[in-house]
Design a protein around this ligand. Structure first.
Ligand SMILES: *Cc1c(COP(=O)(O)O)cnc(C)c1O
Length: 463
């Protein structure tokens, strides 16, 4: 893929097309890009469902023996092959050694997750001491807000997106109520301009500039789950800090998808789940980040024994020796059966780098965008032909791998027809389809097949 560095996806496609003497929309171009994909081997690390195994497939319409087109990694990442082996190891250890498993073996249950924090830290651009693996995402968001959200009479607002993920919205709402405040006054919601789908950075910065003195915490997502917009976290963090706000990001859709520099950008705190791009399985262990500059000043509001220094934790003194920073926020011992799949996935990430993944991602998603525009741009000469608009920003720096597609026709039937033909993606009524070609395991041929299947699904849905 190195030969394509620095050129836009469109340039790359046109160059490959000229080289092969086939159109950029041809299957040959997809195959060529796969052959030259230096990350192609990573797909082998995952179990890709077969068309026949998906409960929605109709085998009279699709070849059941083929891999499905899995574009739902933004919702639930695929299973790394080595998960089962690691789980078996721990189940065996439990069966054979019982309580000794806490301290024995390659994955001692009492600190197994600590051994993976450097791998997670690499993925989000943090120091390993700035990251803790624990709980679920929403739990971590609450724990962090309990310590960082200290409203005063004049500075009591939390800034978030109007269409934030529901759990984040509820978390913020309830944190505000918990302080005896009214969400109507203290929740500051950011909406796109009328007629626009995504937020403009300049508008976010302007709200921070204007309202910053009243904002306690700026709490946005890194990548917006619905539109796929990647926020300029560095600029937003700087703007928030210039007004004395804490700045936090929910990186559920950003971790493992975009290149993050949480430490260098100076983000105050962040949290993310691990079952989307990080492939740890439904309900997998989530992560929390607190910047090291807060490690001795911001303390957990709630304590548990796992926040105690590991060296003396099991002396049971009942005198807390709090670990500095985010480590002190740990409450419970971590479920080893969830540590195993996360380890499996993080090790696959460690076989490459976010930089290399992102390089592929730009081309892979750019290729998808190119084909969508080629086939489904609105054409005034054909008013009855369905068209598709990409609502995700067209600027690659403002998006991760996901594209959110708005259809001119109701999406329900199209989605159903896609599912029958072995495509896994995500639908949001009334008209948005979210598709995420994930560079870790998706191929250019997957994109090609998706577009081909979309054509059939659109035709079938009109009959
Ligand atoms: C997926 C997601 C969640 C889910 O929260 P859980 O606590 O893991 O159930 C919350 N917020 C955002 C932004 C998400 O994308």
């Amino acid at each position: 893929m190195d030969q394509f560095v620095g050129s836009t996806p469109r340039d790359t496609l046109e160059r490959v097309s000229a080289l092969l003497g086939h159109s950029p929309t041809s299957a040959q171009v997809a195959s060529y890009l796969d052959e030259h994909d230096e990350l192609r081997h990573l797909r082998e690390e995952f179990l890709v469902p077969k068309v026949a195994d998906l409960p929605t497939s109709d085998l009279s319409l699709a070849d059941g023996t083929k891999d499905c087109v899995y574009f739902a990694g933004n919702s639930l990442g695929l299973q790394p092959r080595r998960v089962k082996k690691y789980l078996d190891e721990e189940l065996d250890k439990w069966a054979k050694t019982g309580v000794h498993g806490h301290t024995e073996g390659s994955r001692p249950w009492a600190w197994a997750e600590n051994n993976m924090e450097d791998l997670m830290a690499n993925i989000v651009g943090a120091k390993s001491e700035e990251v803790a693996l624990m709980n679920g995402l929403t739990v971590n968001l609450h724990l962090l807000l309990l310590s960082f959200y200290k409203p005063t009479a004049t500075r009591h607002k939390i800034l978030l997106e109007d269409k934030a993920f529901p759990s984040d919205h509820y978390a913020v709402e309830s944190q505000i109520r918990l302080r005896g405040l009214d969400p109507k006054d203290s929740m500051l919601l950011l909406s796109p301009r009328p007629g626009e789908e995504t937020l403009r950075t300049e508008d976010i910065l302007e709200v921070v500039e204007k309202e910053g003195e009243a904002i306690a915490v700026v709490m946005l997502s890194g990548v917006q789950y619905y539109t796929g917009q990647l926020f300029n976290m560095e600029a937003i963090t700087a703007a928030g800090h210039s007004k004395g706000c804490y700045v936090a990001f929910d990186c559920a859709h950003a971790a493992g998808n975009a290149e993050l520099r949480l430490h260098d950008w100076g983000v105050d705190f962040a949290c993310w789940c691990s079952y989307k791009y990080l492939n740890s399985g439904a309900g997998g262990i989530a992560a929390a980040f607190i910047h090291e500059r807060h490690s001795h000043t911001v303390k957990p509001a709630l304590l548990g024994w796992w926040g105690h220094d590991l060296k003396t934790r099991f002396q049971m003194s009942n005198v807390m020796e709090l670990q500095p920073g985010v480590s002190g926020f740990r409450l419970s011992n971590q479920p080893i059966l969830l540590v195993c799949p996360l380890q499996a996935s993080l090790e696959v990430f460690n076989m490459t780098s976010m930089q290399a993944l992102r390089r592929k991602s730009l081309l892979l998603t750019g290729y998808l965008e190119y084909l969508i525009q080629h086939y489904y741009t609105e054409d005034p000469a054909q008013p009855h032909k369905p068209h598709v608009r990409v609502i995700t920003p067209s600027d690659p720096l403002q998006r991760g791998c996901q594209l959110s597609l708005r259809f001119s026709v109701p999406i329900g039937k199209v989605f159903h027809e896609l599912e029958k033909r072995g495509v896994a993606c995500d639908m949001r009524e009334p008209s948005v389809l979210r598709v995420a070609p994930v560079p870790l395991y998706n191929s250019f041929s997957d994109v090609y097949r998706f577009i081909e299947t979309l054509g059939m699904a659109l035709t079938a849905s009109r009959q």
